[in-house]
Design a protein around this ligand. Sequence first.
Ligand SMILES: Cc1cc2nc3c(=O)[nH]c(=O)nc-3n(C[C@H](O)[C@H](O)[C@H](O)COP(=O)(O)OP(=O)(O)OC[C@H]3O[C@@H](n4cnc5c(N)ncnc54)[C@H](O)[C@@H]3O)c2cc1C
Length: 370
Amino acid sequence: MLGSGLAVWLALIFSMKTTADILILGGGVIGLAIALELKLQGASVAVLCRQFEEAASQAAAGMLAPQAEGIPPGAMRELCIRSRDLYPEWIQKLESISGQTTDYWACGIMAPAYCQADFPHAVTQWQTATAIHQQQPNLSDEVIGGWWFPEDAQVDSRKLARSLWLAVQELGVTIDSGVTVQEIVRQADRVTHLRTSDGDYQAAHYILATGSWSQDLLPIPVVPRKGQMMAVRVPDPTQLPLQTVLFGSESYIVPRQDGRIVIGATSENVGFLPGNTPAGMQQLMRRATRLVPAIANYTIEEFWYGFRPATPDEWPLLGTSAYENLTLATGHYRNGILLTPITGQIIANWVLRQEADAVLNAFHWSRFTA
Ligand SMILES: Cc1cc2nc3c(=O)[nH]c(=O)nc-3n(C[C@H](O)[C@H](O)[C@H](O)COP(=O)(O)OP(=O)(O)OC[C@H]3O[C@@H](n4cnc5c(N)ncnc54)[C@H](O)[C@@H]3O)c2cc1C
């Protein structure tokens, strides 16, 4: 007869699911991009995802805007620019695997200004009123000039998430959808297994990519910052009123090539409070129609909201954790779509070969423990 302790231990071991060597927690763009790179490099990988639709990745505008965002020089700007520059080739690879377009559009981003002080960062691409109105008709008469960032771009983030979701499965990655990780069970400096709504899972390595919900599982400073969004549709998609993304001082306007125009976004510290509010919608409509008055007459198509995973310094948490077999890839705040390709690449290289990218140190979780 087995001792009761040993029997419990054996029962635990044999009831564990071991679907892959590497388990990724979270199926937003970050978790999926890491899964893609790992799988392409030959790793055995699976994804646990509570809900594809709740991901911030589904809510995002999809601007790839390191310059328009005015990110100051330093590690974050470097990471963002590297990721933006990876996009064209990475998207080609992704779309060829998934067979699903992402509507990546290297349309450039314009930052129109109502006054010079609207854009505090030192940039040189100032356009006069005449130049900016000529380049982009339909701007309000209040616009006195602006900045032009031809290398910034956009992608349809929902299509991007879908494309990644299909691509990883095409490559043979298992996605366990509808599974909530309830606890990362740890012993000393290792993760032993995951307790989930679908039983216990075990792997050699774990990657935390649960976005705004990361603090449910680990004491790291990632909190939700809610953003409300809306979309209108132009009456005739062959007559697009905007040919570039507008990154205004109060709001942004992202035209898609099919005639949809995405308008964002509020930024609210309200925890996970769901829903769109009249105040939020009013703010978006007022600011967007101030910048492009014609928007007032387009059909409202949709409104929605999502939760950006914010850290205190607004930089992501990337790389090692306090546990030797747990890697962090979370807290991408308002630039997670932009940072998707580089995060996939850096994290896969780290997990598979301990190849530490030069910028990784700057994004280590321990910066918040000093
Ligand atoms: C309104 C808005 C506009 C934005 N605009 C832009 C933009 O223009 N450009 C840009 O670059 N970025 C933008 N962002 C930011 C970007 O969307 C995020 O940084 C990015 O999507 C984060 O991706 P993620 O995969 O880390 O998290 P998410 O996309 O949130 O995915 C996390 C996933 O983890 C799952 N999960 C959570 N907890 C658990 C658990 N316990 N067990 C199992 N699964 C779990 C969730 O179900 C979810 O599917 C915007 C965000 C918002 C909200």
